[in-house]
Design a protein around this ligand. Structure first.
Ligand code: SAH
Length: 383
C-alpha cells in the first residue's frame, strides 16, 4: 500500500476543516469512482479532461491525500473549485484507546452529523486486521452484543466506510498487506449497497488495491444478501455468526433466525460455497451454560459438516449486559476438542483489546476505555 502519511495533517484537519463539535462539513468525495468524479467536475475549468477524475481518485485513494491544494498535478482552478464544494474526508477522529495487553487500538470517529462509530486495528505476529463498522448501532437485537443495545441509528455511507481505513492508516500505519473484516458495529449485509461500494473502492487497482480475498463480511445470517453476495462479489469472504446450532436456541440468541431459520441459512451458505468455491467461516460466540455443552458441540459438528467451513469459536466478551458469562478456558478447550477433528477446522478467537472494550461485541458508544487512552489529533473533542 502506498498511501502517504503526514502526521501534521491530523492536526490541520482536526483544527481547520471542521465545525467545532461536528464531523466534516462538505460532502465527501471518497465514495465516488472515477466515473462519478468525471461527472462532478465536468463543468469546472480544467475538469473536463478525461484523465482528471482518475488523477483525483488516485490522490485520494492510493496516496491518501486529504487536501485538494496538495494535488499538484491538478490545475489550480480545479483544486480551488473542488475545495469550495467538497472535501475528501467523510469522518473526523474523536478518540482513541490503546490496549495495555496487546497492540490493539480502537478509534472512534464522528460523521458529518456527529454520529459516532468505531474501528479497531488488530495486530498479531502474523497479520494486521482492521475491523470496520458498517452501521451506527444495529437493529438485529442479538442479546449478547453491546452494539445491539444502541439500536439502529443509521447506515454508514461508502465514503465513511472507506475513510475508516484511511484514518486508521494515518494514525497507525498499515503494512502493505492487511485484512479487512466487517465485524465492527452494525450488520454489513443490511447495508449491502454501501458495503459493496466500499469494498469495490478499497480493492480498486488505482486505489488501495486491497484484494477482495482479504475482505471478510460477517453476517447475522441474512439469506437473500448471502446469495446476492455470492453471485455479485464471489471473491469477498463470508463469515456467518451461527452461535447456536438449533432453531429454538438461535431464535433466542439471534432473533433474525425467526425470519431465516437454520435450514434456510445452511442452504444459502451451501449455495455460497458452491458459487464461490470458498469455505465459509462460522462464528460461534461461546456463552457459559447457554450454548457450550457437549450436546451443543455435537449439534454444531453435525451442522458444520454439511458445508466446507472453518469454525471460529469466540468466548463471550463482557459487555456489561447481565445474564451472560464467558466459559472458563477449560470449558472452551473442551468444546473445541470435541469439534476437532470431527469438523474441518476449528479456531478459538483470542479477542484483542478487551481492556478497552475493543473486542467482538463490545463496540458501542460512548467509548469507555479502561486502558491507556490517547487522543487522536489535537483539537478533536474527546468522547
Ligand atoms: N453483525 C455482524 C457483524 C458484527 S459482530 C454479525 O453478526 O456477524 C462480529 C462478531 O462478534 C459476530 O460473530 C458476533 O456474534 C460476535 N459478538 C457479538 N457480541 C459478542 C460478545 N459479547 N462477545 C463475543 N463475540 C460477540
Amino acid at each position: 500500500m502506498q498511501i502517504s502519511t503526514r502526521p501534521s495533517d491530523t492536526q490541520d484537519t482536526a483544527a481547520g476543516g471542521h465545525a467545532a463539535g461536528s464531523g466534516p462539513v462538505h460532502p465527501s468525495l471518497l465514495g465516488a469512482f472515477s466515473s462519478d468524479l468525471s461527472a462532478y467536475i465536468a463543468d469546472i475549468p480544467g475538469g473536463d479532461r478525461p484523465y482528471r477524475a482518475r488523477q483525483l481518485f488516485h490522490w485520494m485513494h492510493a496516496r491518501g491525500e486529504r487536501e485538494f491544494a496538495a494535488m499538484t498535478n491538478l490545475p489550480e482552478p480545479l483544486r480551488a473549485a473542488l475545495a469550495e464544494r467538497w472535501q475528501v474526508e467523510a469522518l473526523r477522529p474523536v478518540d482513541e484507546a490503546r490496549s495495555g495487553e496487546t497492540a490493539t487500538r480502537k478509534f472512534a470517529f464522528a460523521g458529518g452529523d456527529g454520529a459516532r462509530l468505531e474501528a479497531v486495528r488488530i495486530e498479531t505476529r502474523h497479520r494486521v486486521t482492521v475491523c470496520l463498522s458498517s452501521q451506527v448501532g444495529c437493529g438485529f437485537g442479538c442479546g449478547f452484543c453491546r452494539t445491539a443495545q444502541m439500536g439502529f441509528v443509521r447506515h454508514l455511507t461508502a465514503a465513511e466506510i472507506v475513510d475508516q481505513v484511511h484514518w486508521v492508516h494515518r494514525l497507525a500505519p498499515l503494512p502493505r498487506r492487511f485484512n479487512l473484516v466487517f465485524m465492527g458495529m452494525g450488520e454489513p449485509l443490511a447495508n449491502y449497497d454501501q458495503v459493496i461500494r466500499a469494498t469495490d473502492l478499497l480493492s480498486h487497482p488505482e486505489g488501495l488495491a486491497v484484494s477482495p480475498r482479504r475482505i471478510t463480511v460477517s453476517t447475522v445470517g441474512l439469506v437473500p444478501e448471502i446469495l446476492r453476495l455470492a453471485k455479485e462479489r464471489p471473491r469477498v469472504r463470508l463469515a456467518v455468526s451461527l452461535t447456536a446450532a438449533d432453531d429454538a436456541l438461535r431464535n433466542r440468541l439471534i432473533p433474525v433466525n425467526r425470519r431465516y431459520p437454520l435450514a434456510q441459512l445452511l442452504a444459502a451458505v451451501q449455495q455460497h460455497v458452491r458459487i464461490t468455491g470458498r469455505r465459509v467461516t462460522f462464528e460461534y460466540v461461546l456463552l457459559a451454560g447457554v450454548n457450550d455443552s457437549e450436546e451443543d458441540a455435537r449439534r454444531l459438528a453435525r451442522l458444520a459438516n454439511q458445508v466446507p467451513c472453518k469454525l471460529n469459536l469466540i468466548p463471550y466478551n463482557p459487555t456489561g449486559l447481565s445474564g451472560w458469562v464467558r466459559p472458563s478456558a477449560d470449558q472452551v478447550e473442551r468444546f473445541a476438542r470435541y469439534l476437532y477433528p470431527r469438523t474441518y477446522a476449528v479456531t478459538i478467537r483470542q479477542s484483542q483489546g478487551k481492556d478497552i472494550f475493543a473486542a467482538c461485541g463490545q463496540l458501542a458508544q460512548p467509548v469507555e476505555p479502561r486502558g491507556r487512552r490517547a487522543r487522536a489529533g489535537a483539537g478533536a473533542a474527546g468522547a
